[in-house]
Design a binder for this molecule. Sequence first.
Ligand code: BTN
Length: 236
Amino acid sequence: MRFDIFQLNETGSTNDDVKKAAEAGVAEGMVVWALSQKSGKGRLGRAWESPQGNLYFSVLLRPPRPKRAWGHYSFAAGVAIAETVGAILPDAKIELKWPNDVLVNGKKICGILLEGGEGWLVIGMGINVASTPKTPLYPTTSLAAEGATALAVEGVLNGVLDRWGAWYEKLNKEGFEPVRAEWLKRARRGVVRVRLPGSGQEELAGAFVDLDEEGNLVMRLEDGTERRIAAGDVIF
Ligand code: BTN
């Protein structure tokens, strides 16, 4: 995929910018990168604090695969970010947390937000480079806090785009299996608590078992039954 990068000093949300372009018919590969966002968006309707110094960008995709498989692209993005962060911090422990967080030494370093419409998918990525905004539910870190020095945000962007492009092509050619296998290699295992979306704040506790072919989290509950979870927050 060829990327066409637009750099902005500040915007509301790069996802919103790319969504607008998608609806106006812009081609796949557009990237909007902002140095800061005034109303950065996180998963499940949360805000994503976006001060200068971290990386915020969104990519416009027109995926060839059926819409029900578009969730797979977020796992490919997780793998791409894990590889990039791993190259910058070779001694750190890098893990993937369902559905799409990358953990460095047990703390969240990025967020991935997918939004889709008729014939387009926007994938937004936020990576903590210089600073560490707090998020609910999970401790956070940044590349700088983990010891990376002399890092340019643009270098991190190019690194992620390079890996992302490779995984995007692979997913389109070979299907989910190679992405799933790579994701599982890096998956954080052990006991998980899942907070289900909705007002009830329902929580399930159990053990991580698998990532299934659809991208659902498979967990074994304390009573021995297995549950497949399509959306929620995982707390270890
Ligand atoms: C999460 O809640 O973990 C996902 C956060 C996604 C943040 C990124 S920053 C770039 C893009 N623009 C947004 O408004 N959100 C995503």
